[in-house]
Design a protein around this ligand. Structure first.
Ligand code: PLP
Length: 405
């Protein structure tokens, strides 16, 4: 396979409307960004609480560098297990109400590693159809039999559980707040069904951590299910404004992962500044609850505004609003037109979302102002008019095709 193959793959991606390129933003991550020298409203960040540039996180990082230096020097099991790793793990366990927690370098590494450490060839993993790529890859890496159940369909999940060999180890894995649709998994029902069939439940709280539940502990805590969900994974790079990930659960679970999980074992551990930022961010969850209130206020205002404009936002009840356009190229054109009006709302295409469901994934932040939301709604209304879209957000079908006969 030579360079011709690379070029032809790129051409194919372009023709199919799936070609991606990096966009560079300047300055810091806030409710607005500098893009191509112009200030644009940021409607596509996971920095939901606005902590990525919070003074307390900056200060914590600087002090950690002063005290501990820059790098961790090694993996956790060699000489890279520093005081701050354990301090952060204690904070996470206290927030989540679990016996213990273990820090990972990223959510992607956490999901791939945890799944492949917990299940293997003889086991069955039941995975929601809209789970994140890192969960899908973790399932594949585990070599377990993978059963994908229809999104949030507990009836189907139960049918599949009935069919699985009684003696096999069974693991159900789901996001609690889905990253591309902003809807919540029916977790209480999933846990009930799991207990009836002797299955273990693993959740991904990447988008719920810091946002839902008491002090931002997540959906599991919000529903009072902490004792019934043995594996809770989440990230530190979204609402918590930094970088990294965690798993929270029993001490035995953490011990097993320290011994078995390849993405935990075979990698240099997180550096001091990153750990200190996460510790400061968790402290802010308790100290600044008004950030969550501001986020909810903004969610309500933008959701209602977009609905009044005739856009449909699926089942979302969260800070993630999926404005489904359908066709990938139309979606990117919508996003480009918004950008020309100073609104940065990223178009999301397959393979990130299923074919035919390309969308603008609009995300809100606690630090968006009333004026920001007004500006966004004006721009959405204008682009909808320019693109001649019908209510619901989809494109108005062109007139009847000329008969071929
Ligand atoms: N899980 C979900 C649901 C996500 O949306 C993401 C997004 O990045 C991840 C896991 C991966 O986390 P990280 O960005 O920390 O690798």
């Amino acid at each position: 396979m030579g360079p011709d193959f690379i070029q032809s793959e790129l051409e194919r991606l372009k023709q199919e409307g799936f070609y991606r390129r990096l966009r560079r933003v300047e300055g810091e991550q806030g409710p607005t960004l500098i893009f191509n020298g112009q200030e644009v409203l940021n409607l596509c960040s996971n920095n939901y609480l606005g902590l990525a540039n919070h003074p307390a996180l900056r200060e914590a990082a600087i002090q950690a560098i002063d005290r501990y230096g820059c790098g961790s020097g090694a993996s956790r099991l060699i000489s890279g297990n520093m005081t701050l790793h354990e301090e952060l793990e204690e904070k996470i366990a206290a927030l989540k109400g679990t016996e213990a927690a273990l820090v990972f370098n990223s959510g992607y590494q956490a999901n791939t590693g945890i799944l492949s450490a917990l299940v293997g060839e003889r086991d069955v993993v039941f995975s929601d159809a809209l789970n994140h790529a890192s969960i899908i890859d973790g399932c594949r890496l585990s070599r377990a039999k993978i059963v994908v159940y229809l999104h949030c369909d507990v009836g189907r999940l139960e049918e599949e559980l009935k069919r699985a060999p009684a003696k096999s180890r069974k693991l159900i894995v789901t996001e609690t707040l889905f990253s591309m649709d902003g809807d919540e998994a029916p977790l209480a029902e999933i846990v009930d069904v799991a207990e009836r069939y002797g299955a273990m439940v693993m959740v991904d709280e990447a988008h719920a951590t810091g946002v839902f539940g008491p002090n931002g502990a997540g959906v599991v805590a919000k529903l009072g299910l902490t004792q019934r969900v043995p594996v809770q994974m989440g990230t530190l790079g979204k609402a918590l404004g930094g970088f990294g990930a965690y798993v929270a659960g029993s001490r035995a679970l953490c011990e097993l992962l320290i011994n078995r999980c390849r993405t935990f074992i075979f990698t240099t551990s997180l550096p001091p500044a990153v750990l200190a930022m996460a510790i400061a961010a968790i402290d802010l969850l308790y100290k600044e609850p008004q950030r969550r209130l501001a986020l909810w206020h903004n969610c309500r205002a933008l959701r209602e505004g977009l609905k009044k404009l005739g856009f449909s936002l699926g089942r979302s009840q969260s800070q993630i609003l999926p404005l489904v356009i359908g066709d990938a190229q139309e979606c990117m054109s919508f996003s480009e037109r918004l950008l020309q009006k100073g609104i940065f709302a990223q178009g999301i295409r397959p393979p990130t979302v299923p074919p035919g469901t390309s969308r603008l994934r609009i995300t809100l932040m606690a630090t968006h102002t009333h004026e920001h939301l007004h500006k966004a709604l004006d721009a959405f209304e204008e682009v909808k008019g320019e693109m001649k879209m019908e209510d619901g957000g989809r494109k108005v079908p062109r007139g009847p095709r000329p008969s071929s006969g």
